[in-house]
Design a protein around this ligand. Structure first.
Ligand SMILES: [Zn+2]
Length: 267
């Protein structure tokens, strides 16, 4: 069993444009861009899952403007393909994010995705903490883009230290910090986040992270709080799987990471 907890899709009509915009951001910030593993559509994701023996993919939509929230949530609600489970989106600048969160919970979504870089807010700001508290009360999981985004300029809006600040207001049990708690900031993840209640995912790490540090973080944080995620289409899930398999973890730890933790959250 393999559950990829971090993937992206777009409505078919805008998938091509969305991929182009995201690639342009990388090119501007980094001087290079990453070729996607599929075209950003539901069908593209399904074909890629089949190729990589992935049983379930969790897709994480992001409304970059408050006014896009409703249409995006309607789109992901309409995805009925077996094997695809979507989270919903809210925007901290929305006037009625509390009602939106209630509706999201009532609709049966397991959680939401927040992206402090694309949604332009700090994770330990007042609105953000309010969203995290409301979500926790409703039993909604929150996947947060943590650390740098290679397609966005600094400053980073969700550092490991800011996440630690947030843990004064919530338990963290419903929080999933993507990119192992903070993309490119793993020394601070070891300093501030290892051993807390939060989950972390393994998305978009395989090109850059040092295997020793990855293993150290998994061991000290606990494999029961690490979720396999690729960030497809921006990383090939096969590369993420190979990276995790190369660490010398035992079977129980690998099972936790590849599907057991995700199953506990999703079912
Ligand atoms: Zn992502």
């Amino acid at each position: 069993m393999l559950i990829d907890f971090h993937t992206h899709i777009f409505p078919t009509k805008i998938a091509d444009m969305a991929i182009k915009v995201l690639k342009a951001g990388m090119l501007k910030e980094q001087g290079y861009c990453i070729e996607p593993q599929y075209d950003g559509t539901v069908d593209g994701l399904k074909a890629m899952m089949q190729k990589n023996n992935i049983d379930i993919s969790v897709t994480l939509p992001i409304a970059t403007r408050p006014k896009n929230t409703a249409s995006i949530n309607t789109f992901v609600k309409g995805i009925t393909d077996s094997g695809i489970i979507s989270f919903a989106t809210v925007h901290p600048e929305s006037d009625n994010y509390r009602e939106e969160l209630e509706q999201i919970a009532e609709s049966g979504f397991k959680g939401i995705k927040l992206h402090p870089e694309f949604q332009h807010f700090y994770i330990d700001s007042k609105e953000s903490v309010d969203i995290l508290q409301t979500a926790e009360k409703l039993g909604l999981y929150v996947v947060i883009h943590a650390g740098a985004d290679i397609g966005m300029p600094p400053p980073v809006h969700c550092t490991p230290k800011m996440l630690k600040n947030v843990l004064s207001y919530i338990s963290g049990k419903y929080l999933i910090a993507a990119h192992l708690g903070g993309y490119g900031m793993w020394d601070d993840v070891e300093k501030y986040l290892c051993g807390t209640e939060i989950y972390m995912d393994t998305a978009f790490l395989s090109r850059i992270i040092d295997g020793e540090q990855l293993k150290r973080i998994i061991k000290s944080h606990g494999s029961d709080k690490i979720l396999f995620g690729s960030d497809a289409p921006w990383e090939n899930p096969a590369d993420t799987v190979a990276m995790i398999n190369s660490l010398g973890l035992d079977r129980a730890e690998l099972d936790n990471i590849f599907y057991k933790n995700a199953q506990r959250i999703l079912f």
